[in-house]
Ligand binder design. Structure first.
Ligand SMILES: Nc1ncnc2c1ncn2[C@@H]1O[C@H](COP(=O)(O)OP(=O)(O)OP(=O)(O)O)[C@@H](O)[C@H]1O
Length: 964
């Protein structure tokens, strides 16, 4: 800082500068070199070098162990990773390498939840994004170790949507509808309203949701929270989702362009922005605007559905990018930040199961994945080397060339040793079955831990005034710095010449290096030449600078106009989306109401139809009865006239006489006067015609009484009056009951006409009811037709709207199908494994059977042999017994003989059984001299002759005893 103060003091005059970035670069170099030197001198090599404005930080690396999968459980793999009390340490027990200890920022065991992982590793990222820092999250590990599970989680779609409970949930449909209406009218209200929704603690997050849905939900929480407090901030979020497959990039949000060789995507550089160097980014990717977390989930599920994956492994890298743009409406300051989340396909060390149709492709895929991972590893190595060189002030660190890099490595450049806040979550299995892969992952994690980044506020631009001010300040600073450098360089040269020791060696060394660099720049590129000592160039440089400033201003203006246009278009689109959503909701509700009304009307129609059927039935019954009554009346009339005829034929008087007679003979009978009027009555009621009367009344004196005529006329008048009052019946023929000719109506018409004229209360009621019912029916039919028409119109409208959502439903279905397919494939694999195991067991069984047979054969052979041995043994035993017996007998015999021979000859007489002859035949053989005998032949002869003397005998006995 002394250097800077000195620079401020001796500033202004010398303005020999080329451009703003150059002077800033030089300034940074001085500071960095000084700091590096001081840090190496204080031998703190374990921590990254720090500058005053920014803090360097090592890449954060976490390890997550997943539960053992089916295969590992089946293979009985034991746990090879031991966790310690210190959550940063683990010990790996590898069969090949023995026990090794490793360090991480944190290690998570198999039971750790997504929530805990998020809290520890990712939860600070939304705040960083709001502050303007770029961030990167990497998931790295062997295939099937849980990268996708960690980043996205299980069950995209429904569950994810439940994460923060969107504004379109069922429980408060009405409120949401109102809200979306309000959004259009008062945007400021939206923030607080949505904030209330997203921050509501009662809404439980989906437990299996991964890091991306969580970070998105959290970011929206913060955005709606902060924008509601500070209404001058406006924000916009754009998301893209890209896949790298066979080192080619594919836009997962443009399914139509999948598989095209030239999909228009490439890795490029961001346009120039204040505060940061140009960074690698993906150009040409579709970026969709998102106004709520659900929009992002839709993008994720759409992308996941299109991602290239095999049965057991996703065979591509995916890059989910979220761009956040915040603008302060008051100051016009614009801040841009970016979050990249990469799911890096696992190392393909293990053989990939070969499928008939894709066998050749898998080998290429495997090679490409491994090559891109190798390139990524190389990038990390080079960055570590470079950073080591920097800290050791070695000037010959090789710049990293991106030409030979894979696309993955190029995209990751800003995250590895760049200006991004980077987090890497390594995934692995604790099982001994996968320990080699896990150790490989861990080793790489140990490497990447050595890389440090220098996060900076990524993009920031200003209003025209602030931009001008910034440029002015930068120019002043540039002048100061140039002046400083120049002075210092002169001092240095002077000091060197005079062999004087510099005052502050660090400053001098740094300055010398800058001078050296500047000289190099001068040699290589004339345009880049910065003349430190040419005063005459000053004016020209200032002019150039001013022209550049003017250019920059005009460009800025153009860009601002373009930006305003885009923003207004964006606002329009946003409000259009909101209004479309509200329309869809209101249409859905309207349709529901119409459906309800229609079903009510249908129920009413059904009821009326039932009533009509009943009335029809009653009508038919009454018609039938009426017909019966007519028949009966006609018969009665015939009978009555026959009776009159008979009476007349018997000369018993006219009709009146008959009636009188009946009165006298049958007391209590009703007044029969009216019978005389029967024809008139029948004509009046339309049962007979005038023409029919003539034939039936041959009696001349038959004529109705005056009384009956008067009564009948009165009755007719009453009927007429009633009919007139009801005024429901049309004009009838004049001569209906006057008998002046035929009515001219058909029989059926007659009956209906009679019904209309029917004077009984039931008839009138029935007619009235029928009329009412018909009216009701007509009205309801009209209503039905109207409703049906409006329903058709609504249906067509809803179909048009549903068309838009159709694609989404399809995507969901595809997603579900893919999930099911994956499940099926996994199950098939399990089944195959079981079948293999069974085959193995079958083989083992067979071998055991064969061995058992051989063993049985051996057993039978041995038992036979044993039997033989036993027989032999028995034989031998019996033989031994026999021999023993024989020997015993021999022994007894010999003893007896011996005893016999040991007796004195004189005792032989007492023991008769011991005859002298027997005594001589003892087979005695001995060597040596016989006591008292010359030779053996002589002895034998004399013994057989019995010529031995007593002496000789005793000598012989003595000899035998001795030999015994
Ligand atoms: N922590 C965990 N808890 C429970 N299940 C897990 C966990 N991690 C992974 N899984 C399960 O393991 C299986 C494989 O996980 P996932 O697909 O996320 O692996 P991956 O590393 O993305 O694989 P690939 O690189 O081959 O795509 C999935 O069925 C997932 O549900």
């Amino acid at each position: 800082m002394d250097v800077e103060c000195c620079a401020v003091d001796c500033c202004i005059k010398n303005q020999n500068i080329k451009s703003l970035p150059e002077i800033l670069y030089a300034y940074e170099r001085i500071l960095l070199i000084m700091e590096q030197r001081s840090s190496t001198m204080s031998s703190s090599s374990s921590s990254p070098p720090l500058s005053e404005e920014e803090e360097a930080e090592f890449i954060k690396v976490y390890l997550r162990l997943r539960p053992k999968n089916k295969l590992e459980t089946m293979k009985r793999g034991k746990d090879c990773i031991e966790l310690h009390d210190d959550p940063r340490m683990i010990t790996c027990d590898s069969p090949k390498l023995g026990e090794i200890k490793f360090n991480f920022n944190h290690v998570f065991d198999e039971q750790t939840t997504q929530e805990e992982i998020y809290r520890e590793c990712v939860s600070n990222i939304p705040t960083k994004l709001l502050e303007g820092y770029n961030s990167t999250v990497l998931a790295y590990g062997q295939k099937g170790s849980g990268k996708t599970h960690t980043l996205i989680g299980e069950g995209l779609g429904v569950e994810l949507t439940a994460l923060v409970s969107p504004s379109y949930s069922n429980d408060d449909d009405d409120n949401d509808h109102h809200e979306s209406m309000i959004i259009e009218q008062d945007p400021n209200n939206v923030s607080s309203r949505l904030q209330r929704k997203y921050l509501d603690p009662k809404r439980h997050p989906n437990k299996t949701a991964g890091m991306i849905p969580r970070v998105v939900a959290h970011l929206f929480d913060l955005l709606y929270g902060s924008t509601s407090n500070d209404s001058s901030i406006e924000f916009s979020i754009r998301c893209s989702y890209v896949e790298i497959y066979l080192d080619k990039m594919t836009d997962l949000l443009q399914p139509n362009r999948r598989g095209e060789d030239n999909s228009g995507l490439r890795v490029g550089r961001t346009s120039f922005c204040c505060g940061t160097t140009n960074e690698a980014c993906i150009l040409g990717a579709t970026e969709l605007c998102c106004i709520c977390p659900e929009d992002v989930y839709t993008i994720l599920s759409r992308g996941q559905a299109l991602r290239t994956a095999s049965i057991d492994s996703s065979r591509s890298h995916t890059i989910f990018t979220l761009h956040l743009e915040q603008i302060d409406k008051c100051s016009g300051a614009l801040s841009r930040s970016r979050l990249q989340i990469l799911d890096i396909a696992g190392n393909q060390c293990r053989p990939i199961p070969r499928l008939k149709d894709n066998a050749p492709a898998t080998i290429v895929e495997k090679r490409m994945i491994n090559a891109s991972l190798a390139s990524f590893h190389r990038l990390v190595q080079l960055t570590i080397q470079q950073q080591k060189h920097k800290s050791l002030k070695a000037s010959s660190s090789e710049p990293i060339s991106s030409s030979s890099m894979s696309k993955l490595a190029k995209i990751l450049q800003p995250a590895i040793g760049g200006n991004t806040h980077t987090v890497m979550i390594c995934t692995g299995s604790p099982s001994s079955y996968s320990i080699d892969d896990t150790i490989e992952t861990i080793r790489f994690a140990q490497q990447i831990q050595k890389v440090y980044n220098t996060p900076r506020v990524a993009f920031e631009s200003y209003t025209q005034e602030s931009y001008r001010m910034e440029i002015f300040l930068a120019a002043r600073r540039q002048q100061q710095m140039t002046c400083l450098i120049r002075l210092l360089a002169q001092e240095c040269k002077h000091g060197k010449k005079k062999s004087r020791e510099p005052k502050n060696p660090k400053v001098w060394e740094a300055v010398l290096q800058i001078v050296e660099d500047d000289t190099q720049i001068k040699n290589t590129d004339d345009n880049m030449h910065i003349s430190l000592f040419e005063e005459g160039e000053k004016e020209k440089e200032i002019r150039d600078l001013r022209t550049k400033l003017a250019d920059a201003e005009s460009k800025l203006q153009q860009e601002q106009i373009a930006r305003e246009k885009i923003e207004s278009a964006f606002r329009d689109t946003r409000s259009e989306i909101v209004s479309l959503r509200s329309q869809v909701e209101s249409f859905t509700k309207y349709k529901q109401t119409i459906d309800q009304k229609l079903s009510d009307a249908k129920a009413k129609i059904n009821k009326i139809l039932t009533q009509k059927t009943e009335v029809d039935y009653l009508l038919r019954t009454s018609q039938f009865r009426e017909n019966e009554a007519i028949l009966f009346l006609r018969q009665l009339r015939t009978f009555y006239f026959r009776l009159l005829k008979n009476k007349a034929a018997h000369g018993s008087g006219g009709t009146r006489d008959v009636i009188e007679e009946a009165k006298t003979k049958m007391p209590g009978v009703a007044d029969l006067e009216d019978l005389l009027d029967i024809d008139r009555m029948l004509i009046k009621s339309g049962i007979i015609e005038n023409s029919e009367i003539g034939g039936d009344t041959p009696i001349s004196d038959y004529s109705p009484s005056e009384n009956a005529l008067a009564k009948s006329a009165l009755e007719a008048r009453k009927v007429e009056e009633r009919a007139w009052i009801n005024s429901e019946i049309e004009e009838e023929p004049q001569d209906q009951y006057t008998g002046s000719g035929s009515t001219g109506l058909a029989r059926g018409q007659l009956i209906s006409y009679r019904q209309k004229r029917f004077t009984s209360p039931a008839g009138v009621l029935a007619i009235q009811k029928e009329k009412d019912l018909e009216n009701d029916l007509l009205q309801l039919s009209m209503k039905c037709v109207g409703l049906q028409n409006s329903l058709n119109a609504e249906k067509s409208m809803v179909q048009a709207l549903a068309g838009r959502q159709g694609a989404m439903t399809k995507m969901k279905q595809i997603q579900a199908t893919i999930t099911l397919k994956t499940e099926l494939e996994r199950k098939t694999n399990d089944l195959l494994a079981i079948v293999w195991k069974m085959n193995e067991l079958h083989l083992v069984n067979k071998t055991i059977d064969a061995k058992a047979v051989i063993r049985e054969q051996k057993c039978s052979y041995l038992s036979e042999y044993l039997l033989q041995l036993q027989t032999k043994n028995t034989r031998l035993v019996s033989q031994i017994e026999d021999d023993k017996k024989r020997l015993r007998d021999d022994n007894i015999y010999l003893r007896k003989q011996l005893e016999g021979m040991s007796l004195s000859l004189w005792q032989l007489g007492e023991h008769l059984e011991m005859a002298p002859i027997w005594r001589y035949s003892v087979p005695v053989s001995f060597s040596g001299d016989l006591m008292g005998f010359d030779d053996e032949t002589n002895l034998d002869r004399r013994l057989s002759d019995g010529n031995l003397t007593e002496e000789e005998m005793n000598g012989l006995i003595e000899t035998v005893r001795c030999s015994d």
